[in-house]
Design a protein around this ligand. Structure first.
Ligand SMILES: Nc1ncnc2c1ncn2[C@@H]1O[C@H](COP(=O)(O)OP(=O)(O)OP(=O)(O)O)[C@@H](O)[C@H]1O
Ligand SMILES: [Mg+2]
Length: 289
């Protein structure tokens, strides 16, 4: 971990607006293990918020609680002031999208088709129109295809539309997941280790992409182990340790907090001392990369 440099403030950061996401007292227990304990987090419009912490700190579990993959044992999550039901589809429709630490793409579909799948939650294509395949269906399908292509271009994959997801380089698969998440028209996007497995050039591109996503009007929450990336990118950072928020503050405050340094290099969790960009540990199922 790099904790000595003071990063420059995020360039051209827009004014932070109203609260978009509010998590209060989120707790997640698995039997005797409390993976997330009484976590509060507020995200405002126009913000990029970082979530850091050693391996096993509960970061992904917290994302799973926010996005309805897990029903928290305790706590409430609201988006735009409305309580979110703990159901992934309802959460997406309410305006929160995510990517996964272990990439989940449709391996045997093209990049374009993967993004189109994300779009279907905003169309009526799953209903009667898609069975009848009439003019309305064809119009919607053409619009979905055009929007998916636009999003591929936005993430820098405009020339990869017809490539099968499983044949794409790892960094491109991560960007493709972001495009698919954006296709759901979210107000807020959660990114779980978006630069894992990327080289420095791809990491820089990912950082530029996240700034552009924020500039397009979305709020962003990002989990990462790469501290330089986080501290350069985020307006605010929360450090989670053993399921609890240890420190919350600006990048400057968090990186100079001795408790954060201790959590990483002296805390006994299996985190390396150096800046960490872990290789993906995904177990891949047949239809997921
Ligand atoms: N479905 C589950 N059942 C039981 N335990 C779980 C489950 N999901 C996560 N855990 C446990 O919860 C703890 C937090 O795991 P989590 O994956 O959220 O950590 P993390 O901060 O994302 O770590 P990493 O940086 O390695 O991705 C770990 O001890 C993990 O083993
Ligand atoms: Mg994780």
């Amino acid at each position: 971990m790099t904790v000595t440099e003071t990063p420059p403030p995020a360039a051209d950061a827009p004014t932070v607006g109203a609260t978009i996401l509010e998590a209060r007292g989120v707790t997640m227990r698995f039997g005797g293990l409390t993976a997330v304990k009484d976590v509060d987090m507020v995200v405002r419009e126009g913000e990029i918020v970082g979530l850091i912490g050693p391996n096993g700190a509960g970061k992904t579990t917290f994302f799973n609680c926010l996005t309805g993959l897990y029903k928290p044992t305790e706590g409430v999550v609201t988006l735009g002031g409305a309580v979110l039901p703990p159901k992934p589809r309802a959460v997406v429709i309410a305006g929160m999208a995510r990517t996964f630490q272990n990439i989940r793409l449709f391996a045997n579909m093209t990049a374009l088709e993967n993004v189109m799948v994300g779009r279907y939650c905003r169309t009526s294509s799953m209903a009667l129109t898609s069975i009848l395949r009439g003019p309305k269906f064809r119009r919607e399908e053409a619009a979905t295809r055009a929007r998916a292509q636009e999003l591929l271009e936005f993430v820098g994959l405009g020339n990869s539309a017809e490539n099968l997801a499983r044949n794409m380089p790892y960094g491109d698969q991560r960007r493709l997941e972001i495009a698919r998440a954006l296709a759901t028209d979210p107000k807020l996007i959660l990114l779980d280790e978006p630069t894992a497995g990327m080289n420095p050039q791809e990491t820089k591109q990912a950082s530029d992409l996240i700034f552009r996503i924020r500039d397009s009007g979305l709020a962003v929450v990002v989990i990462e182990h790469d501290m330089r990336f986080i501290f350069n990118l985020c307006d605010r950072v929360l450090c989670l340790v053993r399921g609890e928020v240890l420190v919350e503050g600006t990048p400057g405050e968090v990186q100079s907090d001795p408790r954060v340094i201790e959590a990483y290099i002296g805390g006994g969790d299996d985190e390396d001392e150096d800046e960490v960009t872990p290789a993906p540990s995904a177990e891949k199922t047949e239809d997921q990369l």
